[in-house]
Design a protein. Structure first.
Ligand SMILES: Nc1ncnc2c1ncn2[C@@H]1O[C@H](COP(=O)(O)OP(=O)(O)OP(=O)(O)O)[C@@H](O)[C@H]1O
Ligand SMILES: [Mg+2]
Length: 346
């Protein structure tokens, strides 16, 4: 169907788009780098779903050429479900089977399976989740932790087995997600960092020896696959649109993957709210959303400010709370928030 035909159909079924010009732009201007930024309940996900569906119905891309990701599997499932529900509402039947939805790491896992022989993994590899990776370190405590005792403390810092495992996992994930080379740690003059680097190398070796991978490594391995020119050309030429919800919760390697995958056609749309950076203290970096527009010459920034979910009173309290927070970094050089983001009741 042509663009105008689909637009007409949309405005008949979703006349609310006419009352919100920012949403209207975000739904119908589907090409080029776009950041949709907003407070809670302002229809970010609703907009992303309609945008994706518009791309599909206007045949700008086939389902398999769209990568649509978000932070949890549950939310990813809901995205797909809402697309299918809305397409039925518009009287269109779509086969969304090949749409690439999921969390970024689950999408990485699927790609890795296609290029297994170019990775450190073998057939039927096991993916460790947050809990099973702690158990894995526990099972291999002797190699990964025991050698690193200093002044009666593990890594000179921690006591208690599980406390150490949990702290160490935080460092391991950070090293992997931030694409830090362990040689850098081993070269440092800091005894703690040297021990962490050595322990990490042991963890990594055991992981691959046992044909296992954690969430962070799934992403790093996929990123490394993209550094292979041939694989990169193949994967990126088969992807026309990248759309990411809850972008405030993405980490460094995820950002690098998203930017690389969209490097050729620049059809990348990210949606998020830096105020909601759930994982701000868990490796996600709010910088990704703040600096996104700077990565391109012509990024469209759309702010959605009308809240459709809550009562005026709740919104006022929310605004007061958010504005009461000191958003400056500790050295005062960076303001971790977009200005003029006061949410209003729709
Ligand atoms: N233009 C609109 N007119 C009327 N209702 C709308 C409009 N846009 C969104 N909504 C409704 O607002 C509600 C919140 O939408 P949605 O979940 O997409 O918001 P969100 O910004 O993604 O929220 P969150 O911050 O929780 O991720 C939904 O019920 C949605 O249908
Ligand atoms: Mg949402």
């Amino acid at each position: 169907m042509n663009n105008e035909g689909v637009k007409k159909l949309y405005l008949k079924e979703f006349p609310e788009l006419l009352n919100n010009s920012s949403q209207y732009d975000a739904v119908f201007n589907t090409d080029g780098p776009t950041l949709i930024i907003a407070g809670p309940g302002t229809g970010k996900t609703f907009t992303l779903v309609l945008r994706t569906l518009y791309i599909l119905l206007t045949e700008k891309a086939r389902p398999s050429e769209i990568l649509l990701s978000t932070f949890t599997e549950k939310a990813a499932f809901e995205l797909r479900d809402r697309i299918s529900q809305f397409s039925r509402k518009l009287g269109k039947k779509l086969n969304l089977h090949e749409l690439k939805t999921g969390t970024i790491h689950s999408i990485c896992e699927k790609f890795i399976s296609c290029y297994l022989r170019k990775t450190p993994l073998n057939k039927n590899f096991t993916v460790l989740d947050e809990i099973t990776s702690l158990l894995f370190i526990n099972e291999n405590f002797k190699e990964i932790i025991e050698p690193y005792i200093e002044k009666d403390k593990y890594f000179g810092k921690w006591t208690g087995k599980w406390n150490t495992i949990s702290n160490l996992t935080g460092y391991f994930n950070k090293i992997t997600e931030e694409l830090i080379e362990t040689e850098e740690l081993l070269k440092s003059k800091n005894e703690f960092l040297i021990m962490i680097g050595e322990s990490y190398n042991g963890y990594k070796r055991l992981l691959f020896e046992k044909n296992k991978v954690d969430f962070a490594f799934l992403q790093k391995i996929f990123y490394e696959l993209l550094l292979d020119d041939e694989i990169y050309k193949k994967i990126s030429s088969e992807l026309k649109y990248i759309l990411i919800d809850e972008y405030q919760d993405t980490n460094y390697v995820q950002e690098q993957i998203a930017l690389k995958l969209s490097d050729i056609n620049k059809n990348i749309c990210v949606v998020g709210d830096e105020d909601q950076s759930l994982y701000r203290f868990r490796g996600a970096t709010v910088r990704n959303i703040l600096e996104f527009p700077k990565k391109f010459d012509n990024c469209t920034v759309i702010k959605l400010l009308s809240n459709y979910r809550s009562h005026q009173k709740i919104i006022e309290t929310y605004n007061k709370f958010i504005e009461s927070i000191n958003w400056f970094s500790s050295d005062k050089s960076t303001y971790y928030r977009y200005p003029n983001k006061t949410v209003i009741a729709a």
